[in-house]
Design a protein around this ligand. Structure first.
Ligand code: MG
Length: 179
């Protein structure tokens, strides 16, 4: 089996358009009522996560990665809004299907996961301590999904080259013929 990269993909702000939804909630709900949870903390409202739209190119991009790599979703739930746990699973099933729903991990500490790449816009769940490579979505130059895919394939090529050189050193020039 070919070596697949283990890739974790964040949801909010990486594949799901949280920013637009927050703006929408804030425009819709009353800012004068200081206790209006829909205005203050829209992500605490049941139905918020279900309502998120995919970001441009995200669904196609993740599906393309999943054809060749071992792709998982790694999302920090909204802890005060426990319906977010269910809604995130439903969201993944809606856009990626049941098999990919099985690959959803909800965690408040993303550094605990072992893998090669984390694609994530945020730093609210120990992303900077992740042991692999963190592609920080929505920061230059990773402002769209095309640039993310290019980076992943660059990392993959680099890794292939390193492995090839390593085996070359160990087994000599004709190592490919010898195995
Ligand atoms: Mg995020």
């Amino acid at each position: 089996m070919e070596n697949k990269l283990i890739i974790y993909v964040d949801m909010d702000g990486t594949i799901a358009d949280m920013r637009s939804a927050v703006i929408e909630y804030k425009e819709k709900y009353d800012s004068k009522k200081t206790d209006d949870i829909s205005y203050l903390y829209p992500w605490s409202v049941p139905g918020f996560f279900s309502s998120l739209k995919p970001l441009p190119g995200a669904i196609e991009g993740v599906k393309k990665l999943a054809e060749t790599e071992d792709v998982w979703f790694l999302s920090r739930p909204s802890f005060r809004n426990t319906t977010s746990y269910t809604e995130k699973a439903e969201w993944i099933r809606e856009y990626f299907g049941y098999e990919m729903q099985k690959k959803l991990i909800l965690a408040g500490n993303k550094a605990l996961m072992m893998g090669n790449i984390l694609i994530d816009d945020g730093d609210n769940a120990n992303q900077e301590e992740f042991k692999g490579i963190w592609i920080r979505y929505d920061t230059d130059p990773f402002t769209d999904w095309n640039s993310v895919l290019n980076e992943v394939y660059k990392i993959k090529d680099q890794r292939r080259k390193e492995v090839s050189e390593l085996y070359g050193d160990i087994l000599g020039k004709n190592w490919k013929k010898s195995i």
